[in-house]
Design a protein around this ligand. Sequence first.
Ligand code: PGA
Length: 247
Amino acid sequence: MKIIKVKDYKELSETAARLILEKVRANPQLVLGLATGGTPEGMYEQLVTDHRTAGTSYQQITTFNLDEYAGLPREDRNSYYTYMRQQLFDHIDIPEENVHLPNGETEDLQAECRHYEQLIKEAGDVDLQILGIGGNGHIGFNEPGTSFDSVTHVVTLDESTREANARYFSSLDEVPTHAVTMGIQTIMRAKEIVLLVSGESKADAIVRLLTEEANESFPASALLTHPNVTLIVDEEALKKVDQIKTN
Ligand code: PGA
């Protein structure tokens, strides 16, 4: 795993955006795996600014998002579909048909999982996958204990995940209990992975990532066995790692 240490969230966002832009310019038909949450917001802002000022085009880019809540209508203000429209898709020139998120509001979620996995395979798998990490080590919505062999599947969200995401909802009760997520195997098939980690709330997760062997009780540790992962991490998230080194 290559590690890029950055000073703060701003530098993390700029570094991640630069990396994506390099790849998009080098391969205008890139298959891009995208993440939601607080962490990539600054990166998306940078991409939108670049599109406006430098005109980088996404006409032939295909995207697959990691996950989507189950049971929320696509137009709900908290769906990841809405998040992606607001953060990125409404502000760049990507055609609607090139954009993919799991459909979390279908009756038959199992069929949706099979369909989503199939679409990713038909696209030749993801070229560049952007990832965040949960405080519990989840990647996508693959919570601790998820098999490293998993493909796109329905998950029951950890209480810690629902609590972390409750900040976007009026109350914890409104946070969905289930989601559809790419599996760990799906993520690991990406040719290149960029993991973004920012802030003190991720400090314990970073310690685990940098000290443990690959194990299914810490999902992000699967990345240790991937040949092309870049971790972009800021000083706050590295706080406890420095303490370990100096103690
Ligand atoms: P965050 O979420 O970016 O909002 O911290 C990351 C995650 O849960 O994967």
